[in-house]
Design a protein around this ligand. Structure first.
Ligand SMILES: [Zn+2]
Length: 251
């Protein structure tokens, strides 16, 4: 076995051939066995060395192209474009179903949104502040029983938090919040529905939103930070409490 294929020893048996081939190629690139800028061996020789079909090699190559590690130059085969895989941040959908992981995701919101509130207090435009205030008012008015009321409550809650991330003027805050919001929405719906069924709804969040909006409008970053922290900690607690299984509920 040549040095270039040293990684094949790491292959897990149960992985598909294409996964295995991708893993070998990725390993060789990451470890500099094939340096950035060099041309990949031909499909035929790779297929022979790994003892797989050319189709499998083609699949592996196109996956690594999608990861940005390989690129092709017309008529000349594949070149090593980067030795670092371009990996996106992701929260697997099922993670929110575990209370432990959910509380970790909620903790991640602290890091993002406490600072977003401070930045919004320091540099948001009048327009952005008005949008935050309007979102706080909309959350205030979101009420009514049944599923539509619950859904409106969650939507207007997320809208308020989104308005603050938007007010930072930093699109990464907004994008990251949108990602987290999408991951949490379903769970927040379940929590809110549960609190309605148990008659344990709380208006605290409405008041907390208004206090945050006031601090941002006053340009007080320290206060905005503190109030956002308190709100996120309290809402996480309320959500996790609502998701706890209870015996007193009709099935
Ligand atoms: Zn909130």
């Amino acid at each position: 076995m040549s040095k270039a294929f040293a990684a094949s020893g790491f292959l897990a048996r149960e992985a598909t051939l294409s996964d295995q081939a991708t893993e070998v190629l990725r390993h060789n690139i990451v470890n500099g066995i094939w340096a950035v800028g060099t041309m990949l061996p031909s499909e035929t020789s790779l297929a022979g060395n790994l003892d797989v079909s050319r189709t499998v090699i083609r699949e592996a190559v196109s996956r690594l192209k999608a990861e940005g590690m390989l690129s092709s130059q017309q008529g000349r085969g594949a070149f090593v474009a980067s030795d670092r895989p371009r990996m996106g941040f992701a929260i697997p959908e099922r993670d929110v179903e575990s209370l432990r992981k959910l509380s970790q995701i909620l903790e991640l919101r602290l890091g993002l949104e406490i600072e977003a509130a401070a930045i919004a207090a320091l540099r948001s435009s009048d327009q952005a502040r008005a949008a935050i205030q309007a979102a706080a008012d909309a959350f205030d008015n979101a009420s009514g029983g049944g599923i539509p009321g619950v859904s409106q409550g969650v939507t207007t809650d997320l809208d308020f938090h989104r308005a603050i991330c938007d007010a930072t003027g930093n699109d990464y805050y907004l994008d990251f919040f949108n990602y987290l919001g999408a991951s949490l929405r379903e769970t927040m719906l379940v929590g809110r529905l549960q609190s309605v069924r148990r008659g344990s709804e709380s208006n605290e969040a409405v008041r907390e939103h208004h206090l945050i909006a006031q601090a941002i409008t006053a340009g007080d970053a320290t206060l905005a930070r503190d109030r956002m922290r308190l709100h996120l900690e309290m809402s996480s607690e309320r959500l996790l409490e609502n998701l706890e299984p209870a015996d007193d509920l009709p099935q």
